[in-house]
Unconditional design. Structure first.
Length: 443
């Protein structure tokens, strides 16, 4: 059922018809917030509109659209196809398909009355490029009639000398969506599926311990295959540097990279001051991914250290602050159990979370040298939350020769947290839909 008694008289533009775009159609057809969806495909598909309808109707991962909407006994929900107009009705929602232009500046959003666009192509990620860029630009959508654009991927500024434009912002729904200012921002990145899950794994720990106690962090996403990978091995393109991207997704576990660490710092600014490493491994499943997060936390005592129960309690208590988006589970899940789970940004696998506490040994001479270095920077040095001169005198001044062999023992807990996410429909697309509707309500 719709969240409202009737749809609002507003059209939503969707640029592209790949995985996220297609599943966004599913989301908004189910939600019935927008009165019409205008999909820009930018090219002919198959033999005509019927083939577009068939592509939307059936999905190898999630089954049929009508079964998704109404269960196993349901019948097809796509009707009233008009090849000339490029229109159809999907479960009562009018859908118009545009097949003429791929450059955002030439898409007929203005003609069709579209003011809000979700760009799900993954091709226009640089918010610094002008609308008239030869290969297209996200700003081209506004030149062709849109007022706001949501990008379903992290921004990528090609010119490293340029800063993020003041009218662009990155948000994750439920974490920092309030950073969006409708009077200021025109282009919004909804980050990535991995950043979305990661933010819900990191935020509860930061809120509880404080950023100053998080010494370092690392994560590895065991990620489902994506459409950028190859079905079978093929020769690399000219200038290719990562040869693994051309290996068969069916047969291999493939090491790759992720921009989750960089994007996370845009969503949770405290992470800028914490050493963070992010890695990615692609595995041969169609969806259902896993993040393994490792946090190094300065502990308070070796006698009563942070333990698994403490970490799990933090997440259990955080669930009420992020209803629906954060899920805590003690079931023994596998990746297919997460597929389609509505709106869950992260499903914390409490059964597998674990910790280990040990003492980090630091020589007193090292401490004295570090304090001397801080003193050389002067009082009030960035990051110093104490009187540098006083600490220097206290440590260095009392450092007798025999003290050089002494050590400080600082308890540090390594916490390992597991978080599942459906990187397509269940997590990312549904949260992208929430972001889209929330922005529409601010028009």
């Amino acid at each position: 059922m719709s969240e409202r008694d009737q749809m609002v008289p507003m059209k939503l533009g969707i640029n592209g018809l790949g995985r996220i775009a297609k599943l966004s159609v599913w989301h908004h057809v189910e939600r019935k917030y927008f009165s019409e969806l205008v999909i820009n495909i930018g090219r002919d598909v198959g033999s005509g509109l019927q083939d577009i309808a068939s592509f939307i109707e059936r999905d190898s991962t999630y089954g049929s659209l009508h079964h998704y909407l109404y269960g196993s006994r349901a019948q097809g929900v796509i009707e009233d196809l008009n090849e000339k107009e490029g229109t159809m009705r999907i479960d009562g929602v009018k859908v118009t398909c545009l097949r003429e232009a791929r450059n955002p500046a030439r898409i007929e959003w203005r003609k069709h009355g579209v003011e809000l666009v979700v760009d799900a192509t993954g091709a226009f990620l640089d918010p610094t490029l002008p609308p008239e860029s030869p290969k297209g630009s996200v700003r081209g959508h506004m030149a062709s009639g849109a007022k706001k654009v949501i990008v379903s991927a992290p921004f990528k500024i090609k010119d490293k000398g340029k800063e993020m434009p003041p009218d662009a912002v990155t948000t994750v729904m439920g974490i920092n969506d309030a950073d969006y200012d409708p009077k200021r921002h025109a282009i919004v990145s909804h980050a990535s599926c991995t950043t979305t899950c990661l933010s819900y794994m990191v935020k509860p720990l930061l809120d509880y311990f404080g950023a100053q106690r998080i010494l370092s962090a690392s994560m590895t996403t065991v990620h489902a295959a994506t459409s950028t990978q190859q079905v079978l091995d093929r020769s690399p393109g000219s200038g290719a540097t990562d040869l693994r991207k051309n290996r068969s997704v069916f047969n291999n576990i493939i090491l790759t990279s992720t921009g989750a660490a960089k994007a996370l710092s845009l969503v949770i600014p405290e992470m800028k001051h914490i050493g963070f490493i992010a890695e990615s491994v692609r595995v041969p499943v169609t969806t259902g991914s896993l993040i393994i997060l490792v946090m190094m936390i300065q502990d308070e005592s070796m006698r009563s250290p942070i333990n698994r129960e403490k970490i799990n309690d933090i997440y259990k208590n955080a669930v009420s602050h992020y209803p629906g988006y954060l899920v805590y589970s003690e079931a023994q899940n596998v990746s297919s159990d997460i597929i389609g789970l509505p709106r869950a940004a992260a499903v914390i696998e409490g059964h597998e979370n674990h910790t280990r506490t040990s003492a980090v040994r630091i020589g007193m001479e090292t401490v004295a040298n570090a304090v001397e270095y801080l003193r050389s920077l002067g009082e009030g040095a960035s990051g110093a939350s104490f009187d540098v001169t006083q600490v220097n005198e206290l440590v260095k001044g009392t450092l007798e020769p025999s003290m050089k062999e002494k050590v400080l023992e600082i308890p540090v807990t390594q916490a390992v947290i597991y978080g599942w996410y459906d990187n397509e429909l269940g997590s990312y697309t549904n949260m992208l839909g929430d972001r889209t509707v929330s922005m529409a309500e601010m028009f």
